[in-house]
Design a protein around this ligand. Structure first.
Ligand code: ADP
Length: 303
């Protein structure tokens, strides 16, 4: 039987959506771990569905680019999830003014992001909360997808998803228009936002409300035409926006290569039905043209 005193609690790492995250030492292995303490609801059963979902999904998703769930146990009315400890995250890398990211470095970080996402999508799991601070980076430079608390198996019959799960800046237009049934494309759009943010070193589409978020999207990418997105007018929250023309990608991401800009334009396809898939994105020539992705062990990380 697992007991909590297997783990020596150290400092608090941060406060998440579901509770506090601690740094700890696994006395059994000597390994440093991160323990996510999830407050369980009042129900005597102590069954927090969100947490159970997270456990089940994580156990199925074992991959070098997905955070490993080492252990899970209830203790003093809380559910504890033990993850491998990660040194930093992509947001800290992007925000660090002392870090220079070469085109090969950006390619490497983004390729690892897509590889983790591909594993999720192959198992019919949406991440649904892709953003730089959910992309954790280990001491070997490996990037791993974290925080599947909001993920849910998609395609379950008759199930409608709640659409307000995404951090707004990374939210796909179909979610902002109230789509109840959506697919892997929402993660692809978010991935596009992350690539643009790696290139520009600042969030790409910073709306300060949902309405403003669509405004920011249209201001840069132009309002979608019916031929670009035939089903748009049928979405629950569809409203007509005054027509704007797309800005050239070259102007939106001045430092990017032609290959990077071509991939970006495909990640930011309006119609989720024609948006590039993660698999197709990984096969894009951006990843095989020079400069090649940097070896993860050689990637720059915060001091
Ligand atoms: P949120 O729910 O807000 O996305 P999390 O619950 O995932 O946040 O995590 C809260 C904080 O704990 C993170 O910002 C991060 O600093 C830290 N953290 C989470 N997981 C790990 C980990 N595996 N290794 C190191 N730090 C972590």
């Amino acid at each position: 039987k697992k007991v909590a005193d297997r783990y020596l609690k150290r400092e608090i790492l941060g406060e998440g959506t579901y509770g506090v995250v601690y740094k700890a030492i696994d006395t059994k292995t000597g390994q440093t771990v991160a323990i996510k303490k999830i407050r369980l609801g009042k129900q005597k059963e102590g069954v927090n569905f969100t947490a159970l979902r997270e456990i089940k999904l994580l156990k199925e998703l074992k991959d070098p680019n997905i955070i490993e769930l080492i252990d899970a146990f209830p203790h003093k009315g809380n559910l504890h999830l033990v993850f491998e400890f990660m040194e930093t995250d992509l947001e800290a890398v992007i925000r660090d003014p002392n870090i220079f990211l070469s085109p090969g470095d950006i390619k490497s970080y983004f390729q690892m992001t897509l590889k983790g996402l591909l594993v999720c999508h192959k198992k019919w799991v949406l991440h649904r909360d892709m953003k730089p601070n959910n992309l954790l980076i280990g001491s070997n430079g490996q990037l791993k997808l974290a925080d599947f608390g909001l993920a849910r198996i998609f395609g379950s019959p008759g199930r409608k998803f709640t659409h307000q799960v995404f951090a707004r800046w990374y939210r796909a237009p179909e979610l902002l228009f109230g789509a109840k049934q959506y697919g892997a494309g929402v993660d692809v759009w978010a991935a596009g936002c992350i690539l643009a943010e790696l290139l520009n070193r600042r969030p790409f589409l910073q709306g300060d409300s949902d309405i403003d978020q669509l405004g920011k999207i249209f201001q840069k990418l132009g309002t979608p035409t019916p031929s670009q997105w035939p089903d748009l007018e049928w979405l629950p929250d569809f409203v007509e926006y005054s027509s704007q023309t797309a800005q050239p990608w070259r102007k939106l991401c001045p430092t990017a290569s032609d290959d990077a800009l071509d991939l970006l334009s495909k990640l930011f396809t309006y119609d989720p039905k024609t948006r590039i898939t993660v698999q197709q994105a990984l096969e894009h020539r951006y990843f095989t043209s020079v400069p090649l992705p940097t070896d993860p062990a050689k990637l720059p990380r915060p001091a």
